[in-house]
Design a protein around this ligand. Structure first.
Ligand code: GRF
Length: 203
């Protein structure tokens, strides 16, 4: 991208700690990611990631579906917010909700998610956080990793764009494995988002 071209505007969706968000913020600030994170959306008002976003001077928005009359109203409020912020891409980073169909339709091949396992294994409803790592350890697999994929209407289901593998080591607990995978996520996510916005994936 030449310096005269407009940098794409990214919204990051979180529910919790926001370390993947932080990796994207850091990459955007140092120039490894040639996009601006302009909005951080959380379903959880207490998500620590919101503090990270505010510290980086970003707009934040808490989208609590329960505070709307119905799902359709909640969905259009979300679509309006994304449109008003002129968002080009969406990155889910530990967001525990399904995106409404209207958002998916509005951003074809422009929404990505990161998952802490080698999809298509260990994905789907209920497969988040320590449940993923417990399942990997119970399986006896010798490796795990991180996956970045396009987002569709099912959990962890769209086309896989990138994966980074890590070993499962003897004596691993869900916590030690999670920490190793998370470190891989922080390397992988900014690179994958950069490749997507550069048009490096034939999609
Ligand atoms: C990560 O493991 C990510 O793969 C998953 O949720 C976790 C988010 O961690 N989708 P954090 O909130 O970014 O620290």
């Amino acid at each position: 991208m030449s310096s005269s071209e407009k940098r794409p505007r990214v919204a990051v969706f979180i529910s919790g700690h926001g370390s993947d968000l932080q990796a994207l913020i850091d990459a955007s600030q140092c120039g490894d990611l040639t996009a601006d994170i302009v909005l951080v959306v959380s379903n959880n008002p207490d998500a620590y990631g919101l503090q990270r976003a505010r510290a980086a001077g970003m707009c934040t928005w808490v989208h609590d579906r329960a505070s709307y009359a119905d799902a359709a109203t909640a969905s259009s409020a979300l679509c309006d917010t994304l449109r008003n912020a002129a968002i080009d891409y969406i990155a889910l980073a530990g967001y525990l909700k399904l995106l409404p169909k209207a958002v998916i339709v509005a951003y074809p091949r422009r929404i990505v998610n990161i998952h802490p396992a080698l999809l298509p294994r260990y994905g789907g409803k209920g497969m988040y956080g320590r449940f993923v790592h417990e399942a990997v350890l119970a399986s006896g697999d010798k490796e795990s990793g991180a996956s970045v994929h396009l987002v569709d209407e099912q959990y962890d289901h769209g086309r896989i764009l990138e994966q980074l593998r890590v070993p499962v080591l003897p004596g691993d607990t869900p916590e030690t494995l999670a920490a190793r995978v998370l470190k891989a996520e922080h390397q992988l996510y900014p690179k994958a988002l950069q490749k997507l916005i550069q048009g490096d994936y034939a999609i």
